[in-house]
Design a protein around this ligand. Structure first.
Ligand code: NDP
Length: 485
């Protein structure tokens, strides 16, 4: 196979995104009842840039008293928001969508600074998709009876929403937009390491004139989340995060009237058949596992290649990995940004050690690692088995495990041999193989000849330990409604 040495022959000049246009406060308060207020404890924690270790801002830590205030405010606001003419509700949501678009560049830069993801991803994926969710659900606000005909849809009440650090603004949009469209009010908590774009969203919400208390944003760590989960005056918990915390939430709300949707972890199978367009498939493998440094619940972290093409696919993959640019998330050349936190970097490193100990053969691209910040080079493991822990457990980093298969039956069995059931990818020229696999793979989302494609109109969610319920599309609306008939 002829090779192009991209690293030797191509030299990229830096193409840094500007930061002059962003406005950040030194300190952020809680957004409760339409205004920014200090936390009862007066405690603030630092949020840092994972690519440099620099402190960006300080964030208020909400405790029991603050969560209670936020819930009271949401409960009060529910009385009028749920009765507001749905067309008017739609207008507010539409306005928020427009304002996110207007401030897209600021949101994108802050998302990359706070979370470590490459600017190309936050600019082209996170922020446009977040606006897209608000636009989409704005359209449904006055059409709920058509969405669910012969039923009388009613809002649930106050929704407690807890989101993770991998797609902060996008996850906030996934949760806030459908809840508002259905007439619910909200108490939302972003993840401790990535609160900034949610707080900027709070500024947008304030500026949009949305009635006070309809959306409340409380910041803090896991304890703040558990105060929301345990609060007796919350009607629904919408959670995205780890399976472990998802289980804790289920235990806490068991025996109560609270509803829940849980979007949890995954260990997606990406399956390449011998008849696939190999160069496209290799791009698909790269995107599936290295997008957002692998901090993606639906990442294609288990690669299955048909045995007779495995050598060529692995060679092509190694070649392509060696051309990935790792570094400053604000550089438009960057493919692989910073790992979100030191804790997550340690988790990934521990898994890499474990993979070697289990007998896996490691390959890492030889990219230069910046002196400061949290970094992990794109990594793959060969010689792994179905029982390897790095094959079974979610690593949530840029680490791919590769196995081969001979027959369709074998790969279906192997792909389904995991406690998770969130996502999968299939690469083949044959429609019949695609239909068989989409039917037999135990995954909430199956992509064919593509990977990691998201759309507001499409439901997303998993089976088994990947969670309960769906977000997006009409399914996402239904999760915020109750029906009389
Ligand atoms: P967590 O489940 O710990 O966190 C998700 C959210 O829940 C965060 O806002 C977190 O707060 C909050 N939280 C933590 N503990 C509790 C609790 N007891 N009650 C209520 N809320 C709580 O996931 P992490 O962000 O720490 O990531 C760890 C692992 O989770 C990853 O390695 C990955 O496996 C998985 N994950 C899956 C995601 C998905 O999209 N399916 C997304 C993110 C993570 P805080 O962060 O402030 O502590």
């Amino acid at each position: 196979m002829s090779r192009i040495d991209l690293n030797k022959n191509w030299d990229y000049s830096e193409a840094l995104e500007g930061t002059n246009h962003i406005r950040l406060k030194e300190k952020y308060n809680l957004f409760i009842d339409g205004v920014f207020v200090e936390p009862a404890s007066k405690h603030y924690f630092k949020t840092t840039n994972p690519a440099t270790g620099e402190v960006i801002s300080k964030i208020a830590e909400a405790g029991k008293i603050d969560v209670d205030l936020a819930v009271k405010s949401a409960r009060k606001a529910f009385k009028s928001w749920s009765k507001l003419n749905p067309k008017e509700r739609g207008k507010y949501i539409f306005r928020i969508a427009r304002m996110i678009q207007e401030k897209a560049k600021e949101f994108a830069v802050i998302e990359s600074m706070d979370g470590g993801k490459p600017i190309r991803e936050s600019r082209d994926i996170d922020i446009p998709l977040a606006a897209n969710h608000f636009f989409y659900y704005a359209g449904w606000a006055d059409k709920l009876e058509y969405a669910f005909s012969h039923q009388t849809p009613k809002p649930l009440g106050v929704a407690g929403q807890i989101i993770p650090w991998n797609f902060p603004l996008l996850m906030a949009a996934w949760k806030i937009a459908p809840a508002l469209a259905c007439g619910n009010t909200i108490v939302l908590k972003p993840a401790e390491t990535t609160s900034l774009t949610c707080l900027k969203l709070a500024e947008v919400i304030e500026e949009s004139g949305l009635p006070k208390g309809v959306v409340n944003i409380v910041t803090g760590a896991g304890e703040t989340g558990s105060e929301i989960v345990a609060h007796p005056n919350i009607d629904k918990i919408a959670f995205t995060g780890s399976t472990a915390v998802g289980k804790l939430i289920q235990e806490t709300i068991a025996g109560t009237d609270k509803r829940s949707t849980l979007e949890l972890g995954g260990k997606g199978a990406n399956i390449i058949f011998e008849d696939a367009a190999l160069d496209q498939a290799v791009e698909g493998i790269i995107n599936a596992i290295f997008f957002n440094q692998g901090h993606v619940c639906c990442a294609g972290s288990r690669l299955f290649v048909q045995e007779n093409i495995s050598e060529v696919v692995i060679e092509k993959l190694k070649d392509r990995m060696s051309s990935l640019v790792l570094g400053n998330p604000l550089d438009k050349n960057t493919d692989i940004g910073a790992i979100n936190s030191r804790e997550q970097l340690k988790t990934i490193k521990d898994y890499i050690k474990l993979g070697k100990k289990e007998g896996g053969k490691i390959y890492q691209s030889e990219c230069e690692i910046p002196a400061k910040g949290n970094w992990c080079p794109p990594t793959l493991f060969l010689n792994v088995s179905q029982s390897s822990r790095i094959v079974q457990e979610e690593i949530f980093g840029p680490v791919l495990s590769i196995q081969t298969f001979r027959t369709m039956e074998e790969v279906i069995e192997k792909a389904n041999n995991t406690p998770f059931g969130l996502s999968a990818g299939v690469w083949t020229e044959k429609g019949s193989k695609i239909f068989k696999l989409t039917k037999e793979l135990n995954a909430g989302v199956v992509w064919a000849n593509t990977y990691n494609k998201f759309d507001a109109t499409s439901p997303f969610g998993g089976f088994k330990e990947s969670g309960i319920g769906r977000e997006g599309g009409l399914h996402g609306l239904k999760a915020y409604l109750k029906f009389d008939s």
